[in-house]
Design a protein around this ligand. Structure first.
Ligand code: MRU
Length: 339
């Protein structure tokens, strides 16, 4: 199934619980706003494009559950719910982008029932478009990969981070579909291990060769000449930087040092065209994510912890940005990407 979907019969959200992978594959149902917000905060659903779909479906859920009898009161419920959902994770712009897009679509409504339908349809359209967009990113990005390439990636920018196909891993999938022999090196991505738990799992499902390394091995494998290209996803792209999972910046510096192409694959919905590095809030997560691994204590329980979920990679470290529209090369002109 898709990573996240709207169940038209039960009018609930179905999603793969990514906290259980790779040990258990389980689809859970979110039938109210608080269960959806819990699923987002605890990373049962995660990855910028999947969060966009979650935001849209969150409003579909709100429209379904709301007892509002006028357009004004339904809009009020939707705006309130939108703010609650947006506050769950502040960095990935797709979440607020999708919520704003659905809210915007309500302006076409003539009556309250029509508004409910518009909200659900727009949320479904966002999810559907995500799959199509990722296929286009894949097609554009596949041109950059050669037969025999070893591609390093960080975190999970695959099927599980999107509705389907993936951005960075979508590029790999498209190249493999074109008949190229591509091998992936996945960084484990401490502290929540999206690389070791999710990237390896989903690539192995597709029989795409993958080798797991710790994050701190990336310099070593680059220096040894074992990596041809690096592709990562993005949570938010501003004029000056790319925000992505913590550790991405470190890989980019090492890639520049070793003259390895460093690509970012992302939909235009991940661009913050008005933003810059300083305008963006980087999510700080629970200190216990570093003190414990799988419930086992790995640090003194009272130790001071710094746990930002994302970092910022300056544009000068990026060789190309792959979107659904094109492949862009430096200098990146934000207005050209905006189109
Ligand atoms: O904290 P997460 O797991 O939501 O972080 C996800 C990432 O950093 C991904 O690389 C990014 O969202 C791109 S997903 C196509």
């Amino acid at each position: 199934m898709r990573t996240i979907d709207w169940d038209k019969e039960t009018k609930t959200i179905k999603l793969i619980d990514q906290t259980l992978l790779p040990v258990e594959y389980k689809v859970i149902e979110c039938s109210n706003l608080s269960s959806l917000c819990e699923a987002i905060s605890s990373l049962r659903v995660r990855g910028a494009p999947a969060l966009g779909a979650a935001g849209g479906f969150g409003l579909a859920l709100t429209a379904t559950l709301s007892s509002a009898r006028t357009m004004d009161s339904l809009l009020n419920d939707l705006e309130k719910a939108g703010n609650v959902i947006k506050s769950t994770r502040p960095t990935a712009i797709n979440l607020s982008w999708a919520i704003d897009r659905v809210l915007q679509a309500t302006s076409d409504a003539y009556d309250v029932e029509g508004m409910r339908d518009i909200v659900i349809d727009e949320a479904l359209r966002i999810a559907e478009e995500d799959v199509d967009t990722n296929k286009k990113i894949g097609k554009n990005g596949a041109e950059l990969l050669e037969d025999g390439d070893v591609v390093m990636t960080h975190c999970n920018a695959g099927r599980l981070a999107c509705v389907d196909w993936g951005t960075a891993l979508g590029v790999v999938r498209s190249a493999v579909e074109d008949g190229k022999d591509i091998k992936v090196v996945a960084c484990e991505t401490r502290p929540l291990n999206q690389g070791s738990r999710l990237t390896t799992w989903e690539l192995m499902q597709d029989n795409i060769p993958v080798t797991l390394i710790t994050d701190s091995m990336s310099g070593h494998v680059m220096r040894k000449g074992l990596i041809d290209k690096i592709i990562v996803g993005a949570d938010r792209i501003t004029e000056d930087v790319v925000f992505n999972k913590i550790g991405t910046y470190t890989h980019s510096v090492l890639a520049a040092e070793h003259e390895i192409p460093f690509f970012v694959a992302a939909p235009t919905s991940s661009f913050d065209f008005e933003g810059w590095e300083g305008s963006v809030k980087i999510e700080k997560r629970d200190p216990d994510e570093l003190r414990f691994i799988g419930g086992v204590q790995y640090a003194p329980s009272e130790v001071k912890v710094y746990n930002p979920a994302f970092d910022a990679t300056p544009m000068e470290n990026i060789s190309a940005i792959i979107t659904e529209n094109d492949v862009f090369y430096p200098p990146f002109i934000i207005d050209e990407i905006r189109m």
